[in-house]
Design a protein around this ligand. Structure first.
Ligand SMILES: C[S@@+](CC[C@H](N)C(=O)[O-])C[C@H]1O[C@@H](n2cnc3c(N)ncnc32)[C@H](O)[C@@H]1O
Length: 184
């Protein structure tokens, strides 16, 4: 247990001292704050979905939401997801995306729109759910309206869905990691 300096110990009542001791010894050891999860809107292509699941597993996304996925999609057998992400990352199918997003988690639409924020300078919310559009379409108008934040990867043309998921999750991982407490 961490010891207080003697002058602090002497100047506090026993009750306060106990409280302080407890506070000091319960410092969080979490390596980073918050979490990221992803949502795919109306995904259809197994290959792309597999790449997205692989990225979710690799970058330790906490949840994958499949909003109105194509019928017959089997996430347990996708060649492009050799790590079988469903075994390690909760995958939830839903017809109502916004009721599935976790408590106090900020929805962030990922779409190449004119007024979207640029990912390169984007500050990620502590708890974020990144919403991606389908391979053959875009994030729905309704979703864009409900998201306070829309972010684009600065490209001159749209990217492959799986690639986009990888870039966004990498960007979050790179920016959100805590600085090491001391350099060797
Ligand atoms: C393959 S894209 C859809 C095709 C696109 N609507 C088109 O026809 O040009 C699938 C999804 O990837 C994401 N995406 C692709 N490129 C992006 C970019 N440069 N910035 C942000 N999101 C992107 C979006 O969520 C998009 O809805």
């Amino acid at each position: 247990m961490t010891q207080l300096p003697s002058e602090d110990r002497d100047s506090t009542s026993p009750k306060k001292r106990r409280k302080y001791d407890r506070y000091v010894t319960r410092t969080s050891t979490l390596p980073e704050r918050g979490y990221g999860c992803i949502a795919l809107e109306r995904p259809t292509d197994q290959v792309n979905i597999g790449h997205a699941l692989r990225a979710a597993l690799g970058f330790q996304a906490r949840m994958v939401i499949l909003s109105q996925p194509a019928e017959g999609l089997n996430v347990q057998r996708i060649k492009t997801d050799p790590g079988r992400a469903y075994r390690h990352v909760p995958i939830v199918r839903t017809a109502d995306l916004f009721s599935t997003i976790p408590e106090d988690c900020t929805p962030v639409a990922i779409e190449l729109t004119e007024d979207a924020l640029d990912l390169s300078t984007f500050v990620h919310p502590e708890r974020a759910c990144y919403i991606f559009g389908p391979e053959n379409g875009s994030v729905s108008e309704e979703t864009l309206e409900r998201c306070r934040l829309t972010v684009k990867i600065p490209t001159v043309m749209s990217l492959n869905l799986g690639m986009t998921v990888n870039i966004v999750l990498y960007d979050r991982a790179a920016k959100m990691r805590r600085q090491p407490k001391s350099q060797p």
